[in-house]
Design a protein around this ligand. Structure first.
Ligand code: AKG
Ligand code: FE2
Length: 225
């Protein structure tokens, strides 16, 4: 569902019934300013300089990624403490530990993120030691979060987040159908359950120097093997 944050009742919402939640006007202008100031201080790395993202997302321009600062990380977590998130996470059996991880991203003209479902196969493969059984199962991403902090975004600038429904055809093949096309509206936040196919449309040259500034990451669970 898509709604304004002040009209949202987090006690009534369930990710089991509705896997995509879009909350508009989640952040005030002042809150966005604080995050943008922290982002301006961050140490950014290019997509092409990070081995895992270079392998997983070739031909996606050269967006930037940085570690979220501890203060902003806590602000984010406090604001995301919604009962519907905890209810969904706790619905998985045999949880050993809960994890989360969030990063800053900056996309300029020409940057995009090709279709993926956030199960992070590339990364999992890089961690695996050949011929060795892992001690415990790697954390599984359960809820993806993306939020937008730039102050201005024009529909001509592209950069939409497309979320798909995947339908199994009779021949066993999977067909993707667009379920949401979301403009990166300043101050909005998107949550969706993982796995779920999605992509970020290329930012158009019409954006000029404007950048799509976001925080993205996951709530994860680690399970007893
Ligand atoms: O920036 C977005 O809208 C989505 C980002 C995303 O899908 C990811 O970082 O895995
Ligand atoms: Fe993603």
């Amino acid at each position: 569902m898509k709604t304004r944050f002040k009209e949202f009742n987090p006690k009534k919402f369930s990710f089991h019934k509705d896997p995509v939640l879009v909350l508009e006007d989640f952040w005030s202008k002042e809150e966005r300013d604080t995050f943008l100031a922290a982002m301006a201080q961050a140490e950014w790395k290019k997509r092409s300089e990070i081995q895992a993202t270079d392998l997983a997302f070739p031909n996606c321009g050269d967006w930037l990624k940085a570690q979220i600062a501890p203060t902003e990380g806590s602000v984010l977590l406090n604001r995301m403490a919604l009962p519907c998130i905890a209810d969904y996470i706790e619905s998985f059996p045999r949880i050993k530990q809960r994890h989360m991880g969030f990063s800053y991203y900056s996309y300029g003209a020409g940057d995009c993120l090709s279709t993926h479902d956030d199960t992070d196969e590339q990364y999992a493969r890089m961690d695996a030691v050949p011929g060795q059984t892992p001690q415990s199962l790697p954390p599984q991403r359960r809820i993806a979060v993306v939020s937008y902090f730039h102050h201005e975004w024009n529909p001509d600038w592209g950069g939409e987040l497309i979320v798909y429904d995947s339908r199994k055809k009779k021949d066993g093949q999977v067909r993707l159908e667009v379920s949401y096309c979301l403009e990166p509206k300043p101050g909005s936040i998107v949550f969706f359950t993982v796995p779920r196919f999605h992509r970020v449309c290329r930012v158009d040259p019409l954006a000029n120097e404007h950048r799509r500034m976001s925080i993205a990451g996951w709530f994860m669970t680690e399970h007893y093997s």
